[in-house]
Design a protein around this ligand. Structure first.
Ligand code: FRU
Length: 438
């Protein structure tokens, strides 16, 4: 039966024994307060400062959350010799902070994986669900069929731009990629399906999140599709919140962890219920439109409200689970920089342990706390992210980025990571060519 093989338990040395569960099992690992209390910034986890002057990829659009065209095995792939990436984009002539409410998915292609040509929007006008398209993932089959997953953010057919409309659903559509010597283009993506909605039992609904008057930011978004190399089933990781009305959650011992004596749990800590959700493909792989929600693989209840853009790298059988988070979404009594956080476990559903003891992998420098965001780690441990906001040395209005940041190289050894290199801006190389076998 689907169920726990073994509960994690401490061994004599205080080391937790590896525990792997069936992906459908009702076991969720925790990012505890005790772990988050260990967040400390140092040279090996602080993102280097980016100068006020930096190259921008295009004058046409702001660029933020970005992901490479991939195969289902999580490898960035090229097509027809072109590297291809997808980004959330919005017209560059609107205020940078307003971009979320007009977001669409655009794409770029490049022959050297660092000088990108903007190819335009991916989906035909009016075809997508929601009032804006938020982050997702895009996989190509060897025959050129492309499955695109995204967050349908906001209600359908809006009459005006409404930043207070926080509805989020997961959506899918299928198309085709084409390439010639001149570049890359897409066809299809006309039929879209909603493939998951929060139902209140495994994942908090928008309504439940608004059960308290001063509710904080809500999530049911950012689908990352992949095939689990262990059971070969197709899954999606996404960002959610724990089910139930805001205010009804309790901070229990598993969520608090072994905190130092005297650690107090401030009021409102229980309103912070971020999780990393999981769903499994139940229908045909050629359609990719029937899925079932499973319990979250990781919960940050009482630690952090947002575990955004979760994704995975499987390396030598170890599952590295990555997420991005903000300083302002940590629960009261905790603090950490905007940046990349990570966990490692022996299986897709397992007792994930935080990397570097606290989960902090790359945090923004203290003097530029909003410099980078939306980090995405690839199987070679290269990390791409976008430039958000850089303070100006002389004060005054900051510099808005809206373009890809220098790619960073991580070295990862067990539960330890280290920043070992700074590569060109927006360097996102494919690891293989789609359509060619390894
Ligand atoms: C991260 C994020 C994603 C979301 C998008 C909206 O930067 O908040 O979670 O899909 O940006 O713009």
């Amino acid at each position: 039966p689907a169920g726990a093989l073994e509960r994690p338990r401490p061994s004599g040395e205080g080391v937790t024994i590896n525990a792997v569960y069936d992906p459908t099992a009702n076991y969720t690992a925790n990012w505890t307060r005790a772990q988050a209390l260990k967040i400390q910034s140092n040279a090996s986890n602080t993102t280097p400062r980016i100068p006020e002057e930096f190259p921008i990829m295009t004058d046409e659009v702001w660029v933020w959350d970005t992901w490479p065209l991939s195969d289902l095995d999580m490898n960035p792939v090229s097509y027809g010799g072109w590297n291809v990436i997808f980004s959330l984009v919005a017209p560059r002539d609107i205020f940078f902070g307003d971009r979320h409410w007009q977001a669409r998915i655009g794409y770029f292609y490049s022959d050297d994986a660092q000088n990108w040509t903007y190819g335009g929007l991916v989906f035909p006008e009016g075809s997508s669900f929601g009032s804006r398209e938020w982050a997702g993932s895009t996989v190509v089959n060897d025959d050129g069929t492309v499955d695109a997953f995204y967050t349908a953010s906001g209600r359908d057919n809006p009459t005006e731009i409404d930043p207070t409309d926080a509805l989020q659903r997961l959506a899918h559509t299928q198309g085709r990629i084409h390439a010639d010597d001149e570049g890359v283009w897409f066809t299809g993506f006309e039929d879209h399906q909603i493939i998951a909605e929060a139902e209140g039992r495994l994942y908090q609904t928008l309504e439940q999140s608004q059960a308290v008057p001063d509710a904080i930011i809500y999530a049911f978004r950012d689908p990352f599709v992949f095939r689990d190399p262990t059971d070969h089933n197709v899954y999606i990781l996404f960002e959610g919140n724990n089910p139930g009305n805001a205010g009804t959650h309790t901070c229990d011992r598993r969520e608090i962890g072994r905190v130092p004596a005297g650690h107090v749990i401030p009021p409102r800590t229980n309103l912070y219920t971020g999780n990393i959700g999981l769903m499994r493909l139940t229908g045909y792989e050629r359609d990719m439109n029937e899925w079932e929600l499973l319990p979250p693989v990781l919960s940050a209840e009482c630690t952090n409200q947002q575990t955004e853009r979760p994704h995975l790298v499987v390396h030598d059988g170890d599952y590295y689970l990555w997420t991005i988070s903000h300083q302002f979404t940590f629960a009261p009594g905790l603090s950490g920089p905007d940046g990349l956080y990570g966990f490692v476990g022996p299986g897709l559903r397992s007792n994930y342990r935080p990397l570097n003891e606290s989960a902090l992998v790359l945090g923004n420098p203290a003097d530029a706390p909003l410099q980078n965001y939306s980090h995405f780690v690839m199987p070679n441990f290269l990390v791409e992210s976008f430039i958000d906001t850089i303070p100006r040395a002389g004060g005054g209005d900051p510099v808005y980025g809206g373009t890809l940041a220098p790619t960073l190289q991580l070295e990862v050894e067990g539960t330890h990571t280290e920043l070992t290199g700074v590569l060109p801006y927006g360097y996102i190389p494919a690891l293989r060519e789609a359509g060619e076998s390894w």
